[in-house]
Design a protein around this ligand. Structure first.
Ligand code: SAH
Length: 245
């Protein structure tokens, strides 16, 4: 069956199913009608993170824009069980990390405050909006949860040891990431990257002693925090994740 995928995609909270009516938010209506210039009868892709993607038709334009679901065009995708744990950095780079982690298929995003984390107040709701926008533009039906920030020590105290942590260790003393991942086994994983100031020595030491932590080196150069997150997620996805075809 060939179904054409709508070019415009929107994340909505509403249930999706045959004939269901969905009211877009005011911003979404503005986007559909004034920015994308869609009119009555035009198709829009809708997804809510649970019901796959539905082709919906715009039944009315203007202030009372409404969408009616026609048929499902994508199944709900269950992403690989990969979390990103990252130390927040400056606002624009933190936004970049959330956007790229979504595109790269992280299932959940957890900001982590480390000793040298030097970030302004975090707004998980704003970060979630970035994740939604990234999912809308990259054809994903899953939107990663952006969790409330946690301190690294508290996070590790409560950690489920069944989930392994790929620890991006900037001291360049660990094994190369690709080599370590080639020997690693499937299961729940998380990638951990530090702030611009790096991990404090006692933080790195604690991480290295934990049995579920796999410290790795991402090449011979020191990467910026945002680059390190993208690189580590890419390596994981290409060895253990859904880039393997
Ligand atoms: N200020 C630190 C660098 C921090 S880079 C220093 O000069 O040493 C920010 C984060 O990116 C690090 O905490 C680490 O998680 C990751 N990172 C950067 N380059 C890396 C590399 N070559 N290998 C592994 N992790 C790296």
């Amino acid at each position: 069956m060939t179904v054409s995928l709508p070019k415009v995609r929107l994340f909505v909270e509403a249930e999706l199913g045959p004939g269901r009516l969905v009211e877009p938010s005011r911003d979404q209506s503005h986007y559909l009608v004034n920015v994308m210039r869609l009119g009555r009868g035009d198709s829009v892709g809708l997804f809510n993170g649970r019901d796959g993607e539905w082709r919906a038709e715009l039944t009315a334009a203007g202030r009372s824009a409404a969408l009616v679901c026609a048929e499902r065009v994508r199944r709900q995708r269950i992403p690989p069980d990969l979390w990103l744990l990252f130390a927040p950095v400056k606002k624009a780079r933190t936004d970049f990390i959330v956007e790229k982690a979504t595109e790269l298929g992280a299932a959940r995003i957890q900001p982590v405050f480390t000793r040298f984390t030097n970030a302004e107040r975090l707004r998980p709701d704003r970060l979630r909006a970035h994740a939604i926008e990234a999912a809308e533009q990259c054809g994903e039906t899953h939107v990663p949860e952006v969790a409330e920030p946690l301190r690294l020590a508290a996070l590790l105290d409560a950690w489920d040891p069944a989930r392994r942590i790929l620890f991006a260790d900037e001291t360049l003393t660990a094994r190369p990431a690709a080599e370590a991942l080639a020997e690693a086994t499937h299961g729940p994983w998380a990638v951990l990257t530090g702030p611009e100031g790096g991990f404090a020595p006692e933080e790195a030491e604690r991480l290295r002693t934990l049995p579920f932590v796999l410290p790795v080196t991402l090449g011979p150069r020191i990467l910026r925090a945002d680059t390190a997150a993208v690189a580590a997620l890419t390596l994981w996805q290409s060895t253990l994740g859904d880039w393997r075809g």
